[in-house]
Design a protein around this ligand. Structure first.
Ligand code: SF4
Length: 432
C-alpha cells in the first residue's frame, strides 16, 4: 500500500517560501511524524509542494494532506485533483480541525485534532474499505514514547543544512485570543521525558537545531531541567518563548549556558490595553525594555514579534513600534497584521461583529488585511505593515542591530539580511 503525504504551498506569503537557491525554510515535523505513526507495511512518500510539483501520474493508494490556513487553498486544489483521479484523500491539521465541514468538501475523511491516537485506526479502516468521514481524538496524546519523525523521507537538499527541528513540549500554558495553539493542543501544557528529547538530539548530524515548541519556557521547572541536561551536549539552539522568562534569572542563565542563542518572543503590542483585551495581560508593555535588557545580558538574542490592527491601534502604532524596536535594541523584529484564524477567539469575535470582509484563506498569512480595523482604515493598516518592514530593515538598522555586541554578530547579520530580502519584496511606502 502506498501513502503519499503532501505539504501544500502558499504563493502569496512572504514567509515559508522557497529561496532563489531552491531551499524551503525550516523542516516542519508534521508529515515526518505522521509517516512515523504509519505502520511499516505502508510505503510512505512525503512531498513538499513548495519545492516539488505534485506528479498526478503517480499511483498512491491514499493521499494525506495537512497545512496552515494560508496553505489551505493549495491543499484543497491538490485534494480535488487527486479525487478526480479516483484517489481517496484524508486531511488534517489546525485549519481542517477548525473547519472540518469545509474540508470535507474536498476530502474523503478528516482528522480533527492530534493525529497520534487515531491515525492507525484511519489507515486500518481505509484498508478494509470503511474509511470514516471524521476521526476525532477524544484525548490529548501522552508525550512519553513519542515516535521519532521520519526526517529521512524529506529531500534534505531542499532545506537549510545543519539546521534540525524538534519538539520537547506541546501547547502553551497561556491562551491569547488570536492564537490557535491552545485551541488545537488544549489547555494542558505537555512535556516530553527529557531522556527521550536528548536521545532524539543525539541522532542529528549537526549540533544546531530549533525547538518548534510554542513556548519552551512554558513550565520553568521542566525548562530548567531540560537546559541542564543539554549543557554537556554542547549544542546550539533557539525556540519560541514568552517574555515571562526575563523574570527568572536562573532560567535565563540556563537557557544561555545550554546553547540557547535566540528566542522568538511575542511582544505583540506596546499598548497594555491591547494586551489585556487579547488575554495577554501577563505581558507587561511598560517592562519590555527592562526584560529585553535582562535577556540580552544573559547572552540571548531577541527576535520580537508584533501584531498590528488591534482595536487600540491607530496609525501612530507603526512609528511608535519602530522607535521602540530601535531603542530597545531588539535583534530582529517580525511584524504581523492581525489575522482571524478559524478556531481562534479573535475569529469568533470579529465574525460576530461582521468585520471579516475576506475569507480567501490564501490571504491569511498575517501579511494582508482581511478584517475591518477600528482605529485606521484597511489601506492604512496594509501600508503601515509594508512601511515598518522596509524601515526596520534598512542597511543602517541592520548594521546597528548586528553590531550590538561582539558575540553573535554573524547570526544577527544573517537573520537581519534574511528579513531584509523579504522586506524588499514589499511595496515602497513613503508616508504613513
Ligand atoms: S503565549 Fe504565544 S503560543 Fe501561547 S497562547 Fe499566547 S500567542 Fe499562543
Amino acid at each position: 500500500m502506498k501513502l503519499l503525504l503532501i505539504l501544500p504551498e502558499n504563493r502569496r506569503s512572504y514567509w515559508g517560501t522557497v529561496s532563489k537557491s531552491g531551499k524551503a525554510g525550516f523542516v516542519r515535523l508534521n508529515l515526518p511524524t505522521i509517516a512515523a505513526l504509519t505502520p511499516r507495511e505502508w510505503e510512505v512518500e512525503i512531498l513538499d509542494a513548495r519545492v516539488k510539483k505534485v506528479n498526478y501520474d503517480a499511483k498512491p493508494d491514499l493521499v494525506g494532506i495537512t497545512g496552515f490556513t494560508a496553505e489551505i487553498p493549495s491543499a484543497y486544489e491538490i485534494a480535488d485533483n487527486w479525487r478526480k483521479r479516483g484517489v481517496k484523500v484524508i486531511m488534517g491539521g489546525v485549519h481542517v480541525s477548525a473547519l472540518p465541514d469545509e474540508a470535507l468538501l474536498h476530502a474523503d475523511s478528516v482528522v480533527i485534532g492530534e493525529a497520534e491516537l487515531v491515525w492507525a485506526r484511519a489507515l486500518e479502516d481505509f484498508k478494509k474499505g470503511r474509511l470514516q468521514e471524521r476521526y476525532r481524538s477524544e484525548n490529548l496524546c501522552e508525550l512519553k514514547d513519542m515516535v521519532i519523525p521520519r526526517r529521512h523521507l524529506l529531500d534534505r537538499r531542499m532545506y537549510p543544512t545543519g539546521f534540525n527541528t524538534m519538539q520537547a513540549t506541546r501547547g502553551c500554558p497561556f491562551n491569547c485570543d488570536y492564537c490557535a495553539v491552545t485551541a488545537f493542543f488544549g489547555a494542558d501544557f505537555r512535556t516530553r521525558p527529557i531522556p527521550e528529547v536528548l536521545d532524539e538530539i543525539k541522532r542529528f548530524d549537526t549540533k544546531e537545531f530549533f525547538f518548534m515548541d510554542d513556548n519552551i519556557v512554558g513550565r520553568p521547572k521542566y525548562a530548567k531541567e531540560l537546559f541542564k541536561a543539554l549543557m554537556p551536549m554542547k549544542v546550539s539552539w533557539g525556540s519560541q518563548a514568552s517574555i515571562t522568562m526575563a523574570k527568572d534569572a536562573e532560567l535565563l542563565d540556563l537557557y544561555a549556558r545550554s546553547g540557547g542563542q535566540y528566542a522568538f518572543i511575542g511582544l505583540e503590542s506596546l499598548s497594555q490595553k491591547n494586551l489585556d483585551k487579547m488575554h495577554k495581560g501577563w505581558n507587561s508593555a511598560k517592562d519590555y525594555k527592562e526584560a529585553i535588557r535582562k535577556i540580552h545580558d544573559a547572552g540571548i538574542n531577541v527576535i520580537g514579534s508584533f501584531v498590528f490592527g488591534l482595536d487600540e491601534d491607530d496609525k501612530s502604532v507603526f512609528q511608535n513600534t519602530l522607535d521602540f524596536v530601535n531603542e530597545a535594541g531588539i535583534d530582529a523584529a517580525q511584524y504581523h497584521i492581525l489575522t482571524p484564524l478559524p478556531g481562534t477567539v479573535t475569529y469568533g469575535v470579529l465574525d460576530k461583529e461582521g468585520r471579516i470582509f475576506d475569507r480567501d484563506w490564501g490571504k491569511y498569512h498575517t501579511g494582508e488585511v482581511v478584517f475591518e480595523p477600528k482605529g485606521m482604515t484597511r489601506e492604512e493598516l496594509q501600508k503601515g505593515y509594508y512601511w515598518i518592514f522596509r524601515n526596520t530593515y534598512t542597511v543602517g538598522g541592520i548594521l546597528k542591530r548586528s553590531f550590538r555586541s561582539r558575540k553573535g554578530i554573524i547570526k544577527r547579520l544573517a537573520a537581519n539580511l534574511s528579513y531584509r530580502k523579504k522586506a524588499l519584496r514589499m511595496p515602497v511606502v513613503d508616508r504613513i
